[in-house]
Write a protein that binds this ligand. Structure first.
Ligand SMILES: [Zn+2]
Ligand SMILES: [Zn+2]
Length: 213
């Protein structure tokens, strides 16, 4: 099993490529830097048509905008929390933050709605779905307890937390979500933006809790 960050164009979320029995992405960026993402995939001898599953941590355009390119290339499945599946299916522009010059978010098929406590089996890696609202209502984090890996979306970054002033954001809910994450023994932190942490993920959770008071 391997995990690589293959995103990084302007305004894109981090895009995590998981090479396991199932080849999956966690988030797909805006789609505006698809050529660069394709080149990054190529470094691992993979093409967009090899992707089998995209798990979106939440509905924001900088995470889901790129889904469509991969669905077109591979017919891969898209998974997102049940509270945000409908936004993708109807092509919401407001809550996804897709409104803006040169951006639109067209309706997208969601094959799998995720719920708190679901497990997503990729092979060696099996991810537990944690519902961590606050940044958005249907934000999820994904946790792998054996290797203590936490994918935190925009709930938690290495140097802070996601905004709570956007549609469906909720500061109290974010604090509750962070307290849930603090119960994990997480070591490796793979957030939705910015640098990754190879150890001490839990310290970042505690720092964030302290920061938001
Ligand atoms: Zn984001
Ligand atoms: Zn976001």
């Amino acid at each position: 099993m391997q995990i690589h960050q293959i995103g990084g164009g302007p305004f894109d979320s981090n895009i995590y490529l998981i090479i396991d029995e199932v080849i999956a992405l966690i988030d797909a960026g805006t789609g505006q830097n698809f050529e660069e993402v394709k080149r990054n995939l190529g470094k691992f001898n993979l093409k967009p048509s090899d992707i089998e599953l995209i798990i979106n941590t939440h509905c924001h355009y900088d995470h889901v905008g790129g889904d469509r390119d991969f669905v077109r290339a591979s017919g891969c499945e898209v998974a997102i929390h049940e509270l945000e599946a409908g936004l993708l299916r109807k092509g919401d522009q407001v809550i996804t933050l897709a409104q803006g010059p040169g951006k639109t978010f067209e309706p997208l098929e969601v094959a799998r709605e995720l719920h708190r406590g679901d497990w997503v089996k990729l092979g060696e890696l099996t991810l537990e779905v944690l519902h961590t609202p606050g940044h958005t209502r249907g934000s999820i984090s994904l946790y792998e307890p054996e290797q203590k890996i936490l994918f935190s979306g925009d709930t938690l970054f290495c140097d802070g937390v996601g905004r709570v002033d956007l549609p469906t954001g909720d500061g109290e809910a974010l604090a509750r979500s962070l307290r849930e994450l603090a119960k994990l023994e997480a070591e490796r932190l793979y957030p939705g933006h910015g640098p990754l942490a190879e150890r001490d993920a839990r310290r970042h959770v505690l720092d964030a809790l302290e920061f938001i008071g």
